[in-house]
Structure formats: C-alpha cells, structure tokens
Design a protein around this ligand. Structure first.
Ligand SMILES: [Zn+2]
Length: 390
C-alpha cells in the first residue's frame, strides 16, 4: 500500500501517508496545517486511530509558515496526552541553520517549534538522519537519500544551501523580544498564545507570475521524492520551483546519464497550494507526471491559480489530472474547460474518495508489469519455453 491522504487543512498542508500493510501501516506525516484546521483535521485523524496505533514513523515540518507549522505546534504540545509517538521528526529550525555568528533573531513560530523539539520527549528524534544538523541538498554530488519503512525511499529535493542561508539571514528581522534558541522563553510565550490551541491564521505572501516565489520561508521548505513499490511521488512543500527543477534534473541525470530525459513520477503535490509563483517551464521540463495534487481550500490567498493548470497542461503529453482536497470557489475556478478540456479536475465526493477525517485519499498503485508482446509469447510457446516437458 502507498496511500496519501490530503487532510482538510484549509489553506495549508497536512499530508498523511501510509505505507506497507493495511493492518499495520507505517506512517509519514507532512506538516500540521493552520491552527484553525487542527481540531477537525489532524487531531480528528489521530483520534480515530486505536490508542496503540498512534505512532508516526516520520513527521516532516517543511517550513515555518503558519499554514504548515501551526498544527505541528499544537500536536507536539498534546502528543503525550493523545498517546501519539514519533519515530523521527524533520525540521530545519534555528538549531540547524544558525550561523557561526550568533545573535540573530528567529521567527516566532520557528522558535516555538525549536523549543518543543528540544524537549527530551523529541530531542533524540530530531533530524536524526543528519545527526541533528539541517536537511539540505548540497550544491554538488548525489542528492541525500534515505530508506524509510517498508522498503520505501526518500530523496531530498529542497532546500539548497542558498535557501538555508537566506532563512538564516531573515530569521533576523522577525523577532525582537528574545534571543534565538532561548527555549525557556519560547515555551513561556507559546503557553500564553491562545491561537496555538486553536485557531487563528496569519497572512503571508502573494505575487502573481510564474515561478516567482520570493518568500524566504517557502524557499526553505523541505521537499522530497518518496518512492515505494516502484511508485514515486513528489511532496513539494511550498518549495521554490527553481530548486525543485534543479534537484529533479540532477536526479534524472544520475539515474539515466546522458539522456536528458525528465524524471517520471506518479504524483506531484504542487508546491505552495498550486500558486503560479511555484511552477515554471523549467520545473515542468524536469519531471513527467500525469497526476497533480492541490492542497488548499483557497482561503486567504485564493490558491490555486488557474494559470498553474494551464502551464502544466501545456507541458503534458497526455491530459493531466488535478486532484483537489477541497471543493471550493477557488478550486472550482481551477477546473478544465467543460467543452474542450485540456485537463481534468477532481474533487472530494466527485470521483475522489474521502479520508476518515475528510480531505481526500489517493492510492498510488504499483504499475502493472508490462506483458511481453504477443509475438514474443508465441515464439516462446513454440520453442517450448515456459512449458513443462513431460
Ligand atoms: Zn503553504
């Protein structure tokens, strides 16, 4: 089984992945969605699990924007009470990105998550793949890649060193009240924040041109390729298209040297909720995919952008399909032309299975092994191969 659930995370991401056997699946969770979606999304999904099964093998917090990190802040505070345990937690926080020159200030939510992860309950599980340092794609050499349960594999696509450096620099301007890495102070302030036992959301960025996302936080997104059973999915966080394109190109070239062919994947969670700032021709030339996933209800930023679908369709050999985890005004406006569709759009209830806590379920099935052509089979039969000789 390779099952993705795009939980109802309003304008954010909360992606629940199950691998292996249906009876005892291994789980990867990517982001927690905004605070206001937590109770009816992630909290509900976790509460539906039998007490003994509340284990997340890998929890990835892609970046510090509130539509990704807020639910994680709430979850980590109540995980013990809910009986939820974690195998590993990936997050590039202050601890990972701080420069040799201390004294910079940190964005508040990043500090909060830093402080929570620094507690004994989580400390030993934080970025263990990199011995506690930042998850980052090096400028040169092979992309970092790690096995995950059930024989699956993760290959890191984002962030690069430049995105981490920019985050480090920007970490400077967002917070003035206390020093970065002051966990006691961060926890004290977190406890005083009503909105982290839900709701409330904050506004962020928004410009409209292809591939032009300049958000430092988005650029620092942890994005990766997850492969299992011969099936591959890109989970792009809100990463910048240039970074994704470069990594995918490198990966394709390392697997098929000299061919210049794009990397074939079975599904692609669009970065930044289908924003046209996070898609580009360069990215679309680096990857071949027929199924694109949009996680948003369109609140606050009006995502997804219709030009995203137009650009994807223009670069697709076959008619692409977009799977939305909400049926909302903005996702409806994203639908292909009814008369002459260049792409298909699917919604919960209408062609897409709902998950136990709402949202949508996407099952990625291993591709059937191609049968040999009929002629080859006849030749094999005639030559007696494959038959038992008596
Ligand atoms: Zn986002």
């Amino acid at each position: 089984m390779f099952r993705l659930e795009f939980l109802p995370a309003e304008h954010g991401d909360a992606i629940w992945i199950e691998l292996g056997s249906t009876a005892k699946p291994r789980r990867i969770l990517i982001d927690g969605g905004p605070a206001s979606s937590y109770e009816h999304g992630l909290h509900k999904r976790l509460s539906q699990l039998p007490d003994k099964q509340r284990h997340i093998d890998l929890f990835v917090v892609t970046h510090i924007d509130s539509d990704h990190i807020d639910g994680a802040l709430i979850l980590l505070q109540e995980a013990k009470k809910l009986g939820v345990s974690f195998g590993e937690i990936w997050f590039n926080g202050w601890h990972q990105i701080k420069s040799p020159e201390p004294g910079a200030f940190a964005p508040l939510q990043g500090e909060f998550l830093d402080a929570l992860l620094g507690q004994p309950l989580y400390g030993k599980r934080w970025n263990t793949q990199t011995q506690g340092s930042a998850l980052v794609v090096p400028e040169q050499g092979p992309l970092p890649s790690w096995p995950v349960p059930e024989g699956a594999r993760i290959t890191l696509l984002s962030p690069g060193p430049r995105q981490v450096a920019r985050l480090r620099a920007r970490w400077d301007s967002a917070l003035r009240e206390f020093s970065p890495g002051d966990s006691r102070e961060a926890l004290r302030r977190l406890a005083a924040r009503r909105d982290y036992r839900p709701p409330e959301t904050t506004a962020l960025f928004g410009q409209k041109s292809f591939g032009d996302d300049r958000s430092v936080a988005n650029g620092s997104s942890i994005a990766f390729l997850l492969e299992h059973d011969g099936v591959a999915c890109v989970l792009a966080g809100d990463a910048h298209p240039r970074v994704l394109a470069a990594s995918l190109r490198r990966l394709a070239d390392s697997r098929n040297p000299g061919l210049g062919s794009p990397l074939r994947v079975d599904a692609f969670k669009l970065a930044h909720h289908g924003s046209m700032n996070n898609i580009s021709e360069e990215l679309l030339a680096s990857v071949e995919c027929g199924r694109w996933i949009v996680s948003t209800n369109g609140a606050i930023f009006g995502h997804p952008d219709r030009p995203t679908a137009e650009l994807v369709a223009a670069h697709s050999r076959a008619m692409p399909e977009f799977l939305c985890n909400y049926d909302s005004d903005t996702t409806r406006a994203f639908a292909g032309d009814a008369q002459q569709p260049l792409w298909h759009t699917r919604y919960p209830g209408a062609g897409l299975k709902a998950g136990p806590a709402g949202g949508i379920v996407v099952d990625l099935k291993p591709a059937a092994k191609p049968k040999p052509p009929v002629r080859a089979r006849r030749v094999a039969a005639a030559s007696g191969r494959g038959k038992k000789v008596t």
